[in-house]
Design a protein around this ligand. Structure first.
Ligand code: EPZ
Length: 419
């Protein structure tokens, strides 16, 4: 099993180009089922979760061409030999597989999709996805671990108010509403930049979609017949991760290929902590930070501070003077990195949903275990500032979502290698 070995305390100096967003690409790949013509996606991150989704689409019957070097994926749905099934073996390794449900159901009037199981960060049910599909007229039952959905006469537009905000449920509902008859109004939606990217892709497919605050209106459409080209937006979580790396140990780190407006809440949070950031429109520079100040944050749906950066920010808080607080409001079990960070010398206590981080602590290298994607990268960040060597085990979690992580860090003078 591969591991990452990091020798800490090397200042970062250089430029990192941020990759395309994994969490934008996944629903857009599912949306390619809705097209009756070719789809070409550019700026696709070549990470494991994307390949798992492609395997699922191939199983469904979509023709796929991958141009790894160009970061391009071409897809074509000929509507021949379509399998409206997402099997357990593919959905269990990547929950986003459930996103094919809305697209298959609206286009082919039926779908059988494995229920994703629990996950290291929480139980993560899909009741909100099913709630929306039922409102659009689907008949749904759960049998043998599968969601079996049917809409014999096709889905019909409706007004749906989500009882709570969910990224995946908003995406599944959007995909389903695209092929539903008439108008659908979705209320209390997630409005993450990845959802805006999905909407801009669906518009290119011919959908009429209006977004206003947390309200999204979709006028049902026959399936996309135009050839569609789309460039995936940048990965704001990857950008935030390197922003924190720069704040921890940057001499001068430049991040490019980003849109700084989209990560305003992250930049503002770090500036409040005393991080020295200068931002242009499409790039950021992080200069050496002298003294970090404590801060309190709560994770929230966009535009709030993202749960996907909570573990990374916690590492930065270990270096700030005083007691910082994080309230994790999205997932019930997203503190799996805490015991590992404690083993490296961090002083962190958890009471209910809140983590108290007592800083500043001197971290020391250790052999640690990755538990999920963002927890893993937080251990890499801790390794960059720790004394001696840190060995991060189970880095397959990292490979699910970070493109060329160690190469990008090596370019900026970090001592990190895969063994
Ligand atoms: C997306 O997951 C992301 N995944 C996650 O990124 C991210 O952490 C999360 O949104 C929140 O921002 C992808 O985009 C592929 P949710 P998703 O539905 O859609 C509860 C990463 O590290 N909920 O917004 O699954 C749920 O349990 C990953 O890249 C229900 O109760 O998240 C959670 O508490 C991890 N019922 C909350 O809502 C439902 O039917 C928000 O989850 C759906 C969700």
């Amino acid at each position: 099993m591969q591991k990452l070995l990091i020798k800490g305390k090397k200042e970062l100096f250089g430029t990192i180009s941020i990759s395309g967003s994994k969490n934008a690409t996944l629903p857009i790949l599912a949306a390619s089922i809705l097209s009756n013509n070719g789809v070409k996606l550019a700026n696709v991150p070549m990470v494991k979760d994307i390949f798992t989704m492609l395997e699922l689409l191939k199983f469904i019957g979509i023709k796929i061409r991958i141009k790894k070097k160009q970061k391009v994926i071409e897809l074509k749905n000929n509507n021949k030999k379509i399998n409206t099934l997402a099997p357990y073996k593919l959905v269990k390794t990547m929950r986003a597989g459930v996103l094919v449900l809305g697209a298959l159901l609206t286009k082919y009037k039926k779908a059988k999709v494995s229920l994703p199981g629990g996950c290291a960060i929480g139980t993560r049910p899909v009741d909100l996805h099913l709630f929306a599909l039922k409102k659009l007229g689907a008949k749904i039952k759960i049998k043998d671990g599968y969601i079996i959905a049917e809409a014999k006469k096709g889905l019909v537009g409706s007004k749906i108010k989500f009882p709570s905000i969910s990224v995946g449920a908003t995406e599944n509902a959007l995909l389903a509403a695209f092929g539903a008859k008439g108008k659908t109004v979705l209320l209390n939606c997630a409005v993450e930049p990845e959802i805006s990217d999905l909407i801009s892709f669906l518009k290119k497919l011919g959908g009429k979609i209006i977004i206003s605050g947390r309200k999204i209106t979709i006028i049902g459409k026959n399936f996309g017949t135009k050839k569609t080209y789309h460039k995936i937006i940048f990965d704001r979580i990857e950008a935030g991760t390197y922003l924190i790396a720069g704040a921890l140990i940057g001499k001068k780190l430049v991040l490019n290929k980003i849109d700084t407006k989209i990560i305003k809440s992250e930049i503002d949070t770090l500036k409040k902590m005393g991080v020295n950031i200068t931002n242009n429109k499409n790039s950021l520079s992080i200069l050496k930070t002298k003294k970090l100040k404590k801060i309190n944050i709560t994770t929230k749906p966009y535009p709030g501070f993202p749960t996907d950066l909570q573990a990374q920010l916690m590492v930065l808080m270990t270096q700030a003077q005083g007691i910082s607080k994080i309230k994790e409001n999205i997932f019930e079990n997203r503190y799996m990195h805490v015991p590992e960070l404690r083993r490296m010398g961090a002083k962190i206590e958890i009471k209910n949903k809140t983590a108290y981080i007592f800083g500043a602590s001197r971290l020391t290298g250790a052999e640690v275990m990755a538990t999920d994607l963002r927890a893993s990268v937080s251990l890499v960040l801790a390794g960059l500032i720790a004394d001696n060597r840190t060995m991060v085990n189970r880095i397959y979690h990292l490979d699910r979502g970070y493109e060329f992580l160690e190469k990008k860090l090596q370019t900026c003078k970090a001592e990190i290698k895969r063994i």
